[in-house]
Design a binder for this molecule. Structure first.
Ligand SMILES: Cc1ncc(COP(=O)(O)O)c(C=O)c1O
Length: 371
């Protein structure tokens, strides 16, 4: 990324623009358009709704954690009516509740179902394929919008196959880039909704983007240096192979959970099918402050763990294991946590790191690797 910025009206830029716009599609597992904004993920949340909805529309959302809460607030500020299904911040979207809400909406007043695929505040994923099946079974025409900010490029996600209409993503997690780019992958149905949606929009308007994008250009000044980085990130993901990337994240998540269980601590996610492969959120034992543990680890080992957010503040710490990350980095991370637990005087059972190492290198793998 540390290179001179080129003229964004030049042929050289068009080559870069076309390449990243094209190579983004397989990461979303779509053949349709993906637009790129120079913004954090919140901008792409806003773009998803101003491009598809009208004031007074009704949408269905699910309380999965801090980020579903923030998205809901943003949506409401645009005069959209949100039916918000309550949740305990330890489970993903309840598909039985989804089915019953859609079934009782026989006049099809819901214009969209909006869900967070991977709740970064809790380490819980929601089953997007099952959500789509539920929508299809009730023959409901609502758009499906999904936030993949902490799952894209880390956890299997299929925009086309799962019938998602707008996928929201950001650069700073699975795409291994600094913050500053966000994305909308757009289905034909969402493009059609764009024609009749009346929420005011200008900068975020997909139509503004899609025209120039066809020849590799952007309507406004693009974040060229981040696009250099994106080109490399996409090449890295392609080189490793998406399936291998997902498998690597699954292994790291499994090893992390093995360590947490060995320490005798509790994982926030209650349902094993919903475990996140990009991060693990962990409850502190009663009477112990997660932020103190985090500061002991930061001071002693220069390692920053994720904080508990809003109602989980002080109660939870989060171990990130996503992006450009390998076995030894995970071993170091878990060692830092185990030493921190000891130094901070938190009650735990020793041996979590050893258990994680065994999970990362089971005997069969070592033997076959040596052959
Ligand atoms: C799942 C999820 N959604 C939305 C956001 C908000 O994105 P940003 O902070 O990039 O605006 C985040 C940020 O971490 C997130 O994890």
């Amino acid at each position: 990324m540390h290179r001179a910025v080129i003229d964004h009206r030049s042929a050289e830029f068009a080559k870069l623009g076309s390449e990243v716009l094209e190579n983004l599609r397989p990461i979303f597992q779509t053949t349709g358009p993906v637009v790129i904004y120079p913004s954090s993920g919140t901008g792409a949340w806003e773009a998803a709704i101003v491009n598809t909805l009208s004031p007074g529309d009704r949408v269905l959302m699910f309380e999965t954690g801090h980020f579903s809460q923030l998205w809901r607030q943003l949506v409401e500020r645009f005069g959209i009516v949100v039916d918000y299904v309550p949740g305990n911040w330890r489970r993903g979207v309840d598909t039985a509740e989804l089915a019953s809400r859609l079934a009782s909406d026989d006049r099809h007043t819901y214009k969209a179902v909006m869900v967070v695929h991977n709740e970064t505040s809790t380490g819980v994923t929601s089953g997007i394929a099952a959500i789509r099946q539920g929508m299809n079974r009730s023959n409901h025409p609502a758009l499906l919008m999904v936030d993949t900010i902490s799952s894209l490029g880390s956890i299997d996600y299929r925009h086309d196959e799962w019938g998602v209409d707008v996928t929201v993503a950001g650069s700073q997690k699975g795409l291994m880039l600094p913050p500053g780019l966000s994305f909308n992958a757009i289905s034909p149905k969402a493009l059609a909704a764009n024609k009749s949606a009346t929420l005011p929009r200008s900068y975020w308007d997909w139509q503004e983007m899609l025209g120039p994008n066809r020849s590799g250009y952007f309507p406004f000044t693009p974040a060229t240096t981040l696009l250099y980085g994106l080109r490399e990130a996409l090449a890295m993901l392609q080189e490793e192979g998406l399936q291998h990337v997902f498998r690597r994240h699954d292994r790291h998540a499994e090893a992390t959970r093995t360590a947490v269980r060995s320490w005798g601590l509790e994982i926030v996610c209650e349902e094993p099918r919903e475990y996140s492969s990009s991060l693990t959120a962990v409850f502190m034992p009663q009477g112990h402050d997660a932020d103190r543990l985090r500061s002991v680890i930061l001071e002693n080992f220069d390692m920053s763990l994720g904080a508990g957010l809003s109602k989980l503040a002080g109660k939870v710490f989060r171990i990130g294991h996503l992006g450009s990350f390998n076995d030894l980095m995970l071993a170091g991370t878990l060692s830092g946590v185990e030493m921190g637990l000891r130094l901070a005087g938190v009650p735990y059972h020793a041996g979590g790191v050893t258990a994680a190492l065994q999970s990362l290198a089971p005997i069969e793998t070592t033997a076959s690797a040596g052959r």
